[in-house]
Design a binder for this molecule. Structure first.
Ligand SMILES: *[C@@H]1O[C@H](CO)[C@@H](O)[C@H](O)[C@H]1NC(C)=O
Ligand SMILES: *[C@@H]1O[C@H](CO)[C@@H](O)[C@H](O)[C@H]1NC(C)=O
Ligand SMILES: *[C@@H]1O[C@H](CO)[C@@H](O)[C@H](O)[C@H]1NC(C)=O
Ligand SMILES: *[C@@H]1O[C@H](CO)[C@@H](O)[C@H](O)[C@H]1NC(C)=O
Ligand SMILES: *[C@@H]1O[C@H](CO)[C@@H](O)[C@H](O)[C@H]1NC(C)=O
Ligand SMILES: *[C@@H]1O[C@H](CO)[C@@H](O)[C@H](O)[C@H]1NC(C)=O
Ligand SMILES: *[C@@H]1O[C@H](CO)[C@@H](O)[C@H](O)[C@H]1NC(C)=O
Ligand SMILES: *[C@@H]1O[C@H](CO)[C@@H](O)[C@H](O)[C@H]1NC(C)=O
Length: 889
């Protein structure tokens, strides 16, 4: 094992001897260092799923139980028993088939401005049964460290770096260079004393090339590691040169030596010595032109009975110039001495000579040596505050699907997706784009730590809560895009001020302000809707409210800047959902723009103070009695929040005046979209998506809310569409909610809408979840066929189900699917879609599926369609590739 080193010790040929200088104590009874704090050591056994304490070393091994990569065992024919201390750790590994760069990020408790040994092991062990170990790169922090290239499949490669951390977080990254899948078996990090392994600049990173314990017996100490070495350094044994091996059998009490390098007793106790006055000579041959550091470790065990001295010259040479490195070095008895030799050379070969001076009584000797290469540093890490903040944001919103690993800015071709950094010595994050990243929850206060941000785009997510004040404190922020979230409340004055003088471009359209926080999941006992209304209620209920018929004009939603919205004299109370009549007047600008007319009132376009557009339904009933429970029911419905359900933003309940304030959706309702009067008919894929959205919304009402909300009046005109053509269910619970037992003034209509009503209702008089599923099935048929649920005159009505059933008998799909699509759909997904619709429509409710089942079927149907489309576009791509447009990602 060990690093791929080519080094040789060139010496004259002569037998090697072992001389025991002192042999008084028990051999090997070395006293280990006491009082060493190992709590800063991080040891990761890659590929195991839980932490454990290693029985032989007592070291705590952590599991790398994270989102990235895959876990393997090495092939059972491999047995790394020659590295017995870590044999168990090498048996499992983690490989990274996905992503260019995968990083282990360690946060040692010592933090920054601290020197560490970072050590990793790679034992391929034919884990993938390909018998071809990969070649991949390692990055340490933001710099390339080295390439892992196995010469033989059964080798174990160890890499080791001495690294001065200038940041609190240390990134160790495996980079795929398209020559196999990177993997790692074990990773560890040991804090070092800062004053050892000195280099010309503290910031240098050293790459271990070799570390040799001289004079030891191959059999015994071939693999020294922790616990012998308190830094876990392993020492190779080399003893087959023309030297004399010397060895002390005296006990070495490390606590009394005060050796800063804390060499293990096993290393100190052996050395090589020259006979006579020959020089010890090492010729080191490394292929690359680089800068090196050599550390020579001396520990003179020769008792000075007759005041002998040992004085050594250390000479390094390149090819031509020979130079004494230091003043002659005088070794004292039983005193460790480590010498640092910087080596700059051009040819890749250098020689080290250790020779006794003429006035030295004793010959040249050496106990151990280490050789390191200086790792070139090209990039510097991102400012620590920015790193901490962006990592916190990553974990807060669980952003794991993107390449958000390692340093956010460096190296340049691995800068995180959506992140833009400044150039310069210490990069700063200046732009962050997390648009459409499925962020949910509140706006994390940590955004305020990214003090150099100029642009922040959080649009099109599911962020809730209020717009925080701290954005105004970001000195460089010029663009803040919070549009299309579910934010509430009013805009902080300071932000308003900034945007009014145009120092900040603030976008907030497409939010839900103001509304009360809370959700269906919070089961508030104060408001309880009976699950199923009694027959008397149903008979009494006659409300078929056509709502929010939104057409008129398609309002431009994109890039709306808040500073352009006129602020009314009388500001709204931000989170209060209760509107006064005068507020309603302001919101709707005295009911200027009517969006449509429903059964119990007209619907007007309104704009809240925060810029959010709303649809205000002014209820105009002959008797206020019907609203006995108006307020409590309205409050309950305000707790219903889901991206596929239209939100009730607030209400007005002032004497006789009652109004409901809804989220406004710019694309109107599904009925209009499917109508033959609409020139822009919906494409097949849009229909599938709308069906899936609506099913998800209904699933939420049925299964996400406590008590469940039964819609009772599902129909295409109650499915509204936003500017992205996402569907939302509206008017849920309305027929029940806004009626009570005394509402007897209209008795001519059943609950629900003709064409959509569960046939069972006519027998039982009750509506339940399965009734909603039936109505939903009708909607699906309308989506497929483009036909309305009911056609013709009252005398000669044509229902959609018998029509479809008729066509199904012929088995000709083209006759069923909307002819306007002109065959632009895949037959497989069309058949599945029809199947799902029909499954909702049995006469007997018990035979109908639950809506969550329908939703998952629709999801499959959509992915079927998408995969079929992809097949088509793949054919297109391969055509494009053959004309030379290949790009790798
Ligand atoms: C690896 O081996 C252990 C036991 O030897 C076994 O429990 C585990 O499931 C194996 N893991 C894999 C990924 O094969
Ligand atoms: C890997 O090692 C082989 C054999 O030593 C060599 O030919 C090849 O260029 C190396 N590859 C890389 C990427 O270093
Ligand atoms: C190797 O170690 C054993 C005890 O562990 C000892 O008896 C033996 O002398 C050692 N051999 C050498 C060559 O040091
Ligand atoms: C190194 O120093 C010694 C004296 O200590 C001197 O004799 C020798 O010539 C020097 N060697 C070189 C290469 O300068
Ligand atoms: C953000 O900055 C504050 C104050 O400087 C600091 O206390 C906090 O730890 C920082 N948060 C993160 C996640 O870095
Ligand atoms: C990253 O960029 C450097 C040069 O800027 C290039 O040498 C290296 O191959 C690139 N790495 C990847 C993985 O694209
Ligand atoms: C953020 O990225 C989206 C595409 O992912 C893009 O449409 C939008 O313009 C970007 N925002 C900014 C501020 O650059
Ligand atoms: C805000 O985000 C939306 C959606 O990504 C985008 O269309 C719009 O241009 C963005 N506005 C600004 C000011 O970046």
């Amino acid at each position: 094992m060990e690093t791929e080193l080519q080094w040789n010790l060139v010496l004259a040929v002569c037998a090697s001897l072992v001389i025991n200088i002192v042999a008084e104590n028990n051999e090997g009874a070395h006293r280990k260092l006491s009082n060493i704090d190992y709590s800063g050591v991080i040891s990761i056994d890659c590929g195991v799923n839980e932490a454990y304490t290693d029985k032989t070393t007592n070291l705590q091994y952590q599991a790398d139980d994270f989102q990235f990569g895959e876990v393997y065992n090495v092939s059972s024919t491999y047995n790394f028993n020659y590295v017995s201390q870590i044999q168990k750790q090498l048996n499992t590994l983690r490989s990274f088939p996905c992503g260019k760069r995968n990083c282990y990020t360690m946060t040692p408790k010592q933090g920054k401005n601290q020197k560490y040994i970072i050590r990793a092991y790679f034992a391929y062990g034919n884990y993938d049964n390909k018998n071809k170990p990969p070649i991949f790169d390692l990055h340490l922090g933001v710099n390339f460290f080295k390439t892992i290239n196995f010469t033989e499949a059964d080798r174990v490669i160890r890499i080791e770096a001495i690294h001065f951390a200038s940041t609190d977080t240390l990134h160790f990254c495996l980079v795929n260079i398209d020559q196999g899948v990177p993997f790692i078996s074990m990773l560890e990090l040991w804090p070092l004393d800062n004053y050892i392994y000195q280099t010309s600049s503290t910031l240098l990173t050293l790459d271990l090339l070799t570390r040799i314990n001289l004079g030891a017996s191959q059999d015994n100490n071939s693999f020294i590691r922790y616990t012998d070495d308190i830094y876990g350094r392993s020492w190779e044994v080399q003893n087959d040169y023309d030297t004399v091996s010397i060895k002390t059998a005296s006990s070495i009490d490390l606590d009394k030596l005060f050796d800063p390098y804390k060499l293990p007793a096993e290393v100190l106790s052996t050395a090589v010595e020259k006979l006579k006055s020959d020089s010890l000579e090492f010729t080191l041959n490394y292929g690359t032109d680089s800068e090196y550091y050599v550390y020579l470790h001396f520990f003179d065990m020769k008792d000075r009975a007759n005041k002998q001295n040992r004085i050594l010259n250390i000479i390094i040479n390149g090819f031509d110039d020979e130079a004494n490195f230091t003043q002659p070095l005088t070794l004292s008895y039983w005193k460790p001495n480590s010498i640092i030799l910087p080596v700059k050379q051009g040819q890749g070969i250098f020689k080290i000579l250790i020779e006794a001076t003429s006035d030295s009584d004793l010959p040249a000797m050496l106990n151990a040596l280490e050789i390191y290469r200086v790792v070139p540093q090209s990039d510097s890490a991102t400012q620590q505050e920015d790193v901490d903040a962006i990592w916190h944001i990553r974990d807060f919103y669980k952003i794991y699907s993107m390449n958000w690993q390692g340093d956010p800015c460096e190296p340049k071709n691995f800068t995180w997706e959506g992140v833009v950094c400044s150039d310069g010595d210490t990069p700063r994050i200046i732009s962050l784009n997390l648009s459409s990243s499925k962020l949910s929850g509140g706006i994390d206060v940590t955004f305020s730590n990214l003090t150099h941000l100029e642009t922040l785009d959080l649009s099109n997510n599911e962020l809730t809560g209020e717009v925080p004040e701290f954005f105004a404190q970001l000195p460089r922020l010029k663009i803040l895009n919070l549009s299309r979230n579910m934010l509430t409340g009013s805009i902080p004055e300071s932000l308003k001020a900034k945007s009014s003088i145009n120092s900040l471009q603030l976008s907030l359209d497409g939010n839900l302000c103001p509304y009360q926080t809370g959700s269906c999941k919070s089961n508030n006992p104060k408001f309880v809707i009976p699950l199923v209304a009694s027959i008397t209620t149903i008979v009494a209920v006659v409300f078929i409210i056509y709502i929010i018929v939104m057409v008129i004009r398609r309002l431009r939603q994109n890039g709306k800047v808040i500073s352009s919205i006129s602020v009314k004299d009388e500001p709204l109370k931000p989170t209060n959902p209760v509107f006064s009549y005068s507020e309603i007047l302001i919101i709707t600008n005295n009911f200027t723009t009517m969006l449509g007319k429903g059964g119990f009132g007209k619907v007007y376009l309104g704009t809240l103070e925060c810029g959010k557009k709303v649809a205000v339904k002014k209820l105009s009933l002959p008797s206020a009695q019907g609203y006995k429970e108006f307020q409590s029911e309205a409050k309950l419905l305000m707790h219903v929040h889901h991206r596929n359900v239209v939100s009730l933003v607030g209400y007005c309940d002032e004497g006789e005046t009652k109004a409901l304030v809804y989220e406004y959706l710019s694309e109107g309702n599904l009925q209009q979209k499917l109508s033959d009067k609409n020139p822009n008919f919906l494409e097949w894929i849009q229909r599938l998506k709308i069906a899936m959205d609506a099913a998800n919304g209904l699933d939420y009402l049925h299964n996400g809310c406590k008590p469940p909300v039964i819609h009772r009046d599902l129909k295409t005109s109650n499915i509204l569409l936003d500017e992205n053509m996402h569907a939302k269910i509206s008017d849920f619970g309305v027929s029940k909610t806004f009626a009570n037992d005394t509402d007897t003034y209209v008795t001519t209509y059943p609950a629900g809408t003709p064409g959509y009503v569960d046939p069972e209702f006519y027998c039982s008089g009750t509506l339940n979840k399965k009734s909603d599923v039936y109505s939903f099935g009708i909607i699906l048929l309308e989506l497929i066929t483009g036909q309305p649920a009911l056609r013709g005159t009252p005398e000669n009505l044509s229902y959609i189900i018998p029509w479809v059933n008729n066509k199904l008998r012929t088995g000709n799909i083209e006759e069923i699917v909307d002819p306007r699509l002109q065959g632009k759909y895949n037959a497989a997904s069309a058949w599945k879609f029809i199947g799902i619709a029909m499954s909702c429509l049995p006469q007997v409710p018990i035979h109908r599926p639950h809506i969550d089942h329908v939703a998952s079927e629709l999801k499959e149907c959509l992915s079927l369609e998408l995969s079929l489309e992809r097949t088509v576009s793949n054919v297109r791509d391969s055509l494009a590739m053959s004309s030379g447009q290949i790009e790798f990602h």
